[in-house]
Design a protein around this ligand. Structure first.
Ligand code: PXG
Length: 285
């Protein structure tokens, strides 16, 4: 059976899973999304992902036409039909089809889409040897213009930075905020280890409040590692002992080079490796 995709309460074969070209999700990037993972049939931090999806929708005046409980059930039903235990889940809620023109009042029926698929992992080598990053010249959206806390379908800010990374031979790129501070990467949050402490930019640096980020902060605190959310500059990155990224897709992944400079010893650090092990224990028990 082909992969089944959920759209507005019905399941469709992957090839037939389509929405209108008049949907404002396509015409204007008017909608919100989530990317999450399931491990052994259980969705990691589903409640947190649903809370964030509902908050993103609220922030753009979009009413999701179902309850969180109904969405959770639809996610599990879709995983089950596709026989996926360890996978990737994409939730999308669009503004719905309407007439041409920005006015969301002229749309009807927000579309809820649930894609469950097998996860396309970064090659194993990256986890063992670590990633290289470059700083993108594209700055993170100004939080007073379009809040990076909204996980909206308007991801061009991140995509432009991602292209810069790829052109430089890097799979991720570091993004700075309007003040020149370290914000995050295009689809991952960033952490440093300096003098034994775990450091990461605060939410008001203009970043997405990553669910993996929050899980890693909890893990580190439980492990007795001093953890601080403080504003960071590239200086802090360059002099750090260790660096790693977090995200639903990437999980926890070491970074060994930024802007052609080796970070620490230029290999995945011991605290990073310990946190990766603890994260695996949390997700794969
Ligand atoms: N920053 C940004 C800008 C993101 O988009 C993260 C940080 C990490 O957040 P989580 O909650 O995942 O720890 C994200 C997440 C995809 C994809 O398919 C994107 C994300 C996550 C999973 C898949 O592009 N972005």
């Amino acid at each position: 059976m082909p992969l089944q995709i959920y759209i507005a309460g019905k399941l469709y074969d992957k090839e037939d899973a389509k929405i209108s070209v008049y949907d404002h999700g396509l015409l204007y990037g008017d909608g919100v999304f989530e990317g999450m993972r399931s491990y052994s049939g259980k969705v990691f931090r589903l409640a947190e992902h649903l809370d964030r999806l509902w908050d993103s929708a609220q922030a753009i005046w979009l009413t999701i036409p179902m309850t969180k409980e109904e969405m959770a059930k639809a996610v599990y039903d879709t995983l089950k039909v596709n026989g996926i235990e360890d996978g990737y889940i994409r939730l999308v809620v669009t503004r719905g089809a309407g007439s041409l023109g920005l006015d969301p009042n002229r749309t009807s029926n927000p579309q809820v889409i649930i894609i469950t698929d097998h996860i396309a992992l970064y090659p194993r080598e990256y986890y063992e040897k670590g990633l290289e990053l470059v700083t993108a010249s594209t700055m993170r959206n100004h939080p007073a213009a379009l809040s990076p806390r909204i996980k909206s379908l308007n991801y061009l800010n991140n995509i432009l930075a991602k292209i810069e990374g790829l052109k430089a031979g890097c799979v991720e790129a570091l993004m700075l905020n309007h003040k020149g501070e370290v914000a995050e990467c295009t689809g991952d949050n960033i952490f440093l280890i300096a003098k034994g402490e775990l450091l990461t930019p605060p939410i008001d640096a203009g970043i997405l409040e990553g669910i993996t980020r929050n899980a890693v902060i909890d893990i580190a605190r439980d492990a007795g590692i001093t953890t601080r959310e403080i504003s960071l500059t590239r200086y802090d990155v360059y002099v750090a002992d260790e660096c790693f990224l977090t995200g639903s897709a990437a999980e926890v992944i070491p970074v060994v080079k930024v802007d052609n400079r080796e970070i620490g010893a230029g290999v995945p650090g011991p605290i990073t490796q310990d946190l990766i092990r603890r994260f695996h224990e949390l997700t794969r028990k």
